[in-house]
Every structure is written in structure tokens, then in C-alpha cells.
Design a protein around this ligand. Structure first.
Ligand SMILES: NC(=O)c1ccc[n+]([C@@H]2O[C@H](COP(=O)([O-])OP(=O)(O)OC[C@H]3O[C@@H](n4cnc5c(N)ncnc54)[C@H](OP(=O)(O)O)[C@@H]3O)[C@@H](O)[C@H]2O)c1
Length: 512
């Protein structure tokens, strides 16, 4: 979380250096860190892919992608040209030991050029099924033999259920100690997500209200307008529960509900988050339908344009039962939150792209105003994570005029008014990994608890197929059952329209 640490000489090895994530997020992040003076004087990126390519060919491919995806672009910038000279390409086959021997020789040659053994950061930007092979070969060749200097970044998903995640972790532990493993959830690198901690624990006025005594319910939404795009093959069989709830939404829940950490040290923060995950009430198999709604989009319209249903998308089976939408009600069994519902929802092909947290406060105990109830909106605190990046406090005021009637008003803190060039999530996270700061990465017990929290749902959904898919239209806010989930408790999803002007200037290449 501290971006101003000294970074030691480092060799960064990107497995999957030719892939989609590397081109859209990783190289732009390294370039921006370099341009901002946050890379060591001595660093080299070794990008791996199967094809034979020269360094020049690969550097020119990276430059093209920087011009498309980097927030600072790159064409004709001499500093970016210097950055490119720090990139080496090597053809590599994950399954062949010989590739690791050649990689070892390349790493050693850079160590020699640096005049010291550099730190090593292995970035696994590949399909998770390769993790075991890569990790065991790294051990065999001794590529990450120094526990103090060598780290590995693992992309999500970490496993596909609790059992597979435990196996994966056990296997990784043969090569890496826990403190060397950086499990990424890029949501945690977003400025507005980190700001939740600053907002909650840097102010005294909100924290006394932050509990079951004053809060009625909390809603966390991560909605996408896009469908599966080119990633149908990946998404099919994964679904929204594993792709979004198990990681991003549960992490946002942790930031919203955690107790104050004793310090900003990584383990103090991660201990408090792990407490939240442990306190999630585990539901029984016969309660799944009561607490969780799953959905799949049908054809519809997004911003007036027709779009196909999920089952008609590329790479998707025509009878697929993969869920593209999940809404759930969560209770936290602890002193602060007992009895307060946390409503989480995520979906593809929603009416509007938005990630937000809405805290609704309890109504006034007695209203002295005799002008009808229609004007009595409860107090709300809305934290918009993206595309709007703001915090809104909604409250009632007197409507100007002779009569004493009320109308809702709001105060807004707008992140854009502070900076329009805040770092991208991957910049923040990579800077932290280079500096050896794991605060914003997932510790193993957090991952395990997050899988455990959805384990029963996964088991039940595996055995009982949905009977009503597709059950929501593209361009809507999801299936009707999701409204009923809240209506049973007298609640409703709150409409939270995003600021369109800002959406236009935001990076539209965001990933989930
Ligand atoms: N893309 C995203 O939006 C996104 C978002 C969040 C998380 N992630 C995660 O990031 C990881 C990478 O995703 P991606 O979308 O970048 O995947 P991708 O575009 O399919 O790239 C896969 C990479 O793996 C390499 N590869 C495949 N087989 C190989 C082999 N046998 N030997 C050596 N290299 C091999 C490919 O290299 P060649 O084809 O050049 O050989 C390519 O560079 C995944 O874990 C994914 O879940 C991706």
C-alpha cells in the first residue's frame, strides 16, 4: 500500500507474457510504474510464450498494445522506448523441463549483468491448470530458492472449489512459503476500494454509526453491461458465483464490515478481513433457495442495441446452465452485525455497469413531519467504486418554501475532483508485490474461508439444475426472484444511477 518504498533489483518472469491479461493490464502497469520512477534502476521483464519471436518483434508488439491500453500511451515517448529495452522475450513450453533450464540461464545472465542476485517475481498469467507444473519445475531447477527474495503472483481463480483450492495451496507450499505467495484480486488494488479503509478508519464521525444499531441493511452490487465477449470458453462452467462472488464481492464485504485493524501492517488488516469471512453464516443445503438467486440472461437490449442471450453467445452450449447472475443475502454472526442483511448481487448484461456499496440507515424512530411519507427517504451512504468514483451521503432537508415539507438532498465527495490520473489497480498491486508488501493480496486463510462460505451453494447447484434459465433479459437488473429476495424483508434494490460524463473519460478496458 506504500508506493514510495525502495524497490530492489528485480527480474520479473511473466508466464503467459503473450496473453490477453499481459497485453491489456500487465505491460501497461509496468510501463506506468517505470515512467513514474517506481521501478528499480536494475530490472528486466522476461516474457514467455510458445512461439519463436525476436526481442524486437515482441517489444514492438508491446508498444502497439501500450498505445491502445496504457493510460499514458507510449508512441514516440523516449522514456517508453527505454522501458521497452527492459523487456526480453523467450519462447517457452510450460511442459518441457528444457524451457526452465533455458529460463534459468537467462535469469543468471541478468544477475551477472546487475552484479548481484536480483529479486525474482514470477507472474503466473496463465490458465490455472498450469500452476502445478510451473511450480514443481521452479522447485526442481531451483529458480525460487531464496525465500526472502523470490515471490510468485497467482491470478484468480485460486482453485475452483474449497477442495481444489486446498490441494493447490498444499502443492504450492512445496515450492513457496506463504509469505512468498501473492494471490491477486485486482479489485483490492482499486483506489476507491482502498478508500473504504481510509473513509472508515480515518474519520471519527461514521464509525459510531457503523453497526446493527444504526444500519438497516447493506447492498453490494457489481454489475456489468458486457456479456462473456471472447471469454465464453473460460466462463462456461465457471459462472458468476465463482468468478465474482467468491472473490471480488466477498472482498468488498470484508472492507465494509471489518473491525478496525490494530495497525496498517499486512497481517493486522488481513486478520480483520479473515474474521469477517469466518463470521459469514453458513447456510444448510435446504436453505440455498431461500438465500440465493441464480440467473442467466436471455436476449435483450443494452443501451438500445439488441444483444443475444447467453446460450447464443460464442463458445456457450445451447442448453448451458451456467449462471451469469447471482443475488444473495448474507448474515454475519458477530456482535457488530448480528441480524443485519448484506445483499450481494452481480450479473452480466445488466442495465448499467456499476460497482457500488449502499449503506442504508434505519428510519427515524418517529416522524414529526405531517406532510406524508412520500418524501421520507432513509439516510444512505453510497460508495461508488466504478465507473463513478464517489461517496454520496443522502439526507433529508427542508424543501424551500412556506410549508414545512422535506426533500432528499445529497453531499458528494468526487474522487475525480482530486485526480483523474489515479493509478490502475494492477499498478498498485504490482508495485506492492515488487516491494514485498502483501497487504492487498489474499492470504491463504482468506481464500479458504471465501470458498467455504460458498461451498454449500456450489454443492447444491451441482446436483440441482435450474429449471427456469434463461430468466432475465439482457439490459435488465436481473431475475424477478432477486427482487422477491429483498421484498420478503420489506427491502428493495436501490436505484443508483452512475454519472455518465465520468464514464466516458474512464478506461473502458476494465476486466473482471
Ligand atoms: N484476461 C482477463 O481479462 C483476465 C482477468 C482476470 C484474471 N485473468 C486470469 O489471468 C490468467 C491469464 O488469462 P489470459 O486471459 O491472459 O489468458 P490467455 O489470453 O488465454 O493467455 C494464455 C497465455 O498462456 C500461454 N500458454 C498457453 N499454453 C502454454 C504452454 N504450453 N507453454 C507456454 N505458454 C503457454 C499463452 O502463450 P502462447 O499462446 O503465446 O503460447 C498465453 O500467453 C488466467 O488465470 C485468467 O483467469 C484474466
Amino acid at each position: 500500500m506504500n508506493k514510495f518504498k525502495n524497490i530492489n533489483p528485480t527480474i520479473i518472469v511473466i508466464f503467459g507474457g503473450t496473453g490477453d491479461l499481459a497485453k491489456r493490464k500487465l505491460f501497461p502497469a509496468f510501463q506506468n510504474l517505470y515512467l513514474d520512477g517506481r521501478m528499480s534502476e536494475k530490472f528486466q521483464i522476461i516474457a514467455l510464450g510458445r512461439a519463436e519471436k525476436s526481442n524486437e518483434e515482441f517489444q514492438s508488439y508491446v508498444l502497439d498494445n501500450l498505445n491502445t491500453f496504457s493510460r499514458k500511451k507510449g508512441l514516440s515517448d523516449p522514456e517508453t522506448q527505454k522501458f521497452l529495452s527492459h523487456i526480453t522475450y523467450q519462447s517457452f513450453d510450460i511442459d518441457k523441463e528444457d524451457s526452465y533450464q533455458r529460463l534459468n540461464a537467462t535469469i543468471n545472465s541478468f544477475d551477472q549483468a546487475f552484479g548481484e542476485r536480483a529479486n525474482r517475481l514470477f507472474y503466473l498469467s496463465i490458465t490455472p491448470s498450469f500452476i502445478t507444473t510451473i511450480s514443481s519445475n521452479i522447485k526442481k531447477i531451483g529458480l525460487a530458492a531464496n525465500a526472502k527474495q523470490d515471490r510468485i503472483i497467482i491470478e484468480k481463480p485460486f482453485g475452483y472449489d474449497k477442495t481444489s483450492a486446498i490441494e493447490l495451496n498444499e502443492m504450492l507450499s512445496h515450492t513457496f512459503k506463504e509469505e512468498q505467495i501473492y494471490r491477486i484480486d485486482h479489485y483490492l488494488g482499486k483506489e476507491t476500494v482502498q478508500n473504504i479503509l481510509a473513509f472508515r478508519f480515518g474519520n471519527s464521525m461514521f464509525e459510531p454509526l457503523w453497526s446493527r444499531n444504526f444500519i438497516d441493511f447493506v447492498q453490494i452490487t457489481v454489475a456489468e453491461e458486457v456479456g462473456v465477449e471472447e471469454r465464453g470458453g473460460f466462463y462456461e462452467g465457471v459462472g458468476a458465483l465463482k468468478d465474482m462472488i467468491q472473490n471480488h464481492l466477498l472482498q468488498i464485504l470484508c472492507m465494509t464490515a471489518m473491525e478496525a485493524p490494530a495497525s496498517l501492517e499486512a497481517d493486522d488488516i488481513r486478520n480483520r478481513k479473515a474474521d469477517v469471512l469466518k463470521s459469514i453464516r453458513r447456510i444448510k443445503p435446504d436453505e440455498v433457495d431461500h438465500y440465493i438467486v441464480r440467473g442467466q440472461y436471455d436476449a435483450g437490449f443494452i443501451k438500445g442495441n439488441p444483444v443475444p442471450g447467453y446460450r447464443q453467445d460464442k463458445g456457450i452450449a445451447p442448453d448451458s446452465n451456467t449462471e451469469t447472475y447471482v443475488a444473495m443475502k448474507i448474515y454475519l454472526d458477530n456482535w457488530r452485525w448480528q441480524g443485519i442483511p448484506f445483499y450481494l448481487r452481480t450479473g452480466k448484461r445488466m442495465e448499467e455497469k456499476q460497482s457500488s456499496i449502499i449503506i442504508q440507515f434505519k428510519p427515524v424512530p418517529h416522524s414529526s413531519f405531517s406532510y406524508g411519507k412520500e418524501g421520507m427517504t432513509p439516510n444512505r451512504l453510497i460508495i461508488n467504486i466504478q465507473p463513478s468514483m464517489d461517496i454520496k451521503l443522502q439526507f433529508m432537508t427542508k424543501k424551500p418554501g412556506l410549508s414545512l415539507s422535506l426533500e432528499p438532498a445529497e453531499m458528494i465527495f468526487d474522487y475525480f475532483s482530486c485526480s483523474t490520473m489515479s493509478p490502475e489497480a494492477y499498478e498498485t498491486l504490482i508495485a506492492d508485490a515488487l516491494a514485498g508488501d502483501p497487504t492487498l493480496f489474499m492470504r491463504w486463510d482468506q481464500v479458504e474461508q471465501a470458498w467455504d462460505a460458498i461451498d454449500t451453494i456450489q454443492q447444491v447447484w451441482k446436483t440441482i439444475a435450474p429449471t427456469n434459465f434463461p430468466n432475465y433479459k439482457a439490459g435488465s437488473w436481473g431475475p424477478e426472484e432477486a427482487d422477491e429476495l429483498l421484498a420478503r424483508q420489506g427491502h428493495a434494490w436501490i436505484r443508483n444511477t452512475q454519472n455518465k460524463i465520468k464514464e466516458e473519460i474512464l478506461d473502458d478496458t476494465d476486466i473482471q
